[in-house]
Design a protein around this ligand. Structure first.
Ligand code: FES
Length: 79
């Protein structure tokens, strides 16, 4: 889904940018070698960026729990 028609930025681009370490809107645009032009997309990019960062944080926490469970021999009991 396109979220920035000026630059052809998609939701997948936002997720890829977050996966590469982006935490700020301008880093999302920079990951595609562009920047906000008209600015209409900025609120949507911010919203999607926040959501992607939340998901990334939740996934990291889940991995930590899995690692702790595996270290304690609990993984097979849970899985
Ligand atoms: S829609 Fe993104 S800068 Fe115009």
């Amino acid at each position: 889904m396109f979220i920035c028609s000026c630059n052809g930025l998609t939701d997948k681009d936002v997720h890829a940018a977050v996966g590469a370490g982006a935490t700020r809107p301008q880093e999302v645009y920079a990951s595609r070698k562009c920047r906000a032009k008209c600015g209409n997309c900025v609120p949507g990019v911010v919203c999607m960026l926040r959501q992607a960062l939340k998901e990334q944080k939740a996934l990291a926490a889940l991995r930590t729990v899995s690692e702790i469970s595996a270290d304690n021999g609990l993984y097979q009991a849970v899985a």
